[in-house]
Write a protein that binds this ligand. Structure first.
Ligand SMILES: [Cu+2]
Length: 217
């Protein structure tokens, strides 16, 4: 299916909007967001028109991936929800080695250990890897997250660089897409993989039950 136009966020640099749960959140007394004096925004900005939605959400079903390690054990799942400004990705995993792990969307929806069948990072615009790379980034780039020594790792991120609907950046192109967890952290710079180590777990991204299988909206 051919896109009719390049969605604006795919050309933007600020695609990954939010990092994992362990990211610090600057806040002032009482938990209110703090801002330096005089930096609260341009005069008249408050109350101005909000930017319109970028993505169609009507009839765009959520998606999920069951994430398994190389021995076939299920570690958890990721869910994908299309919002008007990007996709919310929520991942919950147990049994990962403690520490910081990279997480990416990979190009092919096939997860046969050692997961090379998933291909490289999802990169429909042929960029280099990394949010900190001036020649970047891959649409499939996502923030690192931290797994605790015991218990469940939960990561939340949003991205406007891919979408669940039809068009440029759809996760449901002809060969599908997968989500991969790596043994180490992404350095956000090194092309093509972020120096993130081996692929420790993988899940094929599928539309949730009852969804329109064509991706049409
Ligand atoms: Cu990866």
């Amino acid at each position: 299916m051919r896109p009719t136009a390049l969605p604006r966020p795919l050309a933007a640099t600020a695609a990954v909007l939010a990092a994992g749960v362990l990211a610090a959140c600057a806040s002032g007394p009482g938990g209110a967001p703090s801002a330096p004096p005089g930096r609260q925004g341009a005069p008249g900005a408050r109350g101005g028109p909000a930017p319109g939605p970028t993505f169609e959400t009507r009839n765009v079903a959520p998606a999920r991936a069951e994430i398994r390690d190389a021995e076939g054990r299920t570690l958890g799942q990721a869910t994908f929800t299309q919002g008007p400004f990007g996709v919310l990705v929520v991942t919950e995993l147990t049994g990962l080695p403690a520490g910081v792990h990279a997480m990416h969307i990979h190009d092919v929806g096939r997860c046969e250990a050692p997961f090379t069948t998933a291909g490289g990072h999802y990169n429909p615009l042929f960029r280099q890897h990394g949010m900190l790379n001036r020649a970047g980034f891959h649409a499939g780039d996502l923030p690192n997250f931290t797994a605790p020594a015991t218990g469940t790792a939960r990561a939340e991120a949003t991205s406007a660089a891919f979408q669940l609907g039809a068009g440029v950046g759809t996760l449901f192109d002809v060969d599908g897409s997968s989500i991969i967890i790596h043994s180490g952290a992404d350095d956000y710079r090194s092309d093509p993989g972020g120096n993130a180590g081996t692929r420790v777990a993988c899940g094929v991204i599928t539309r949730s039950a009852g969804a329109d299988s064509t991706g049409a909206r």
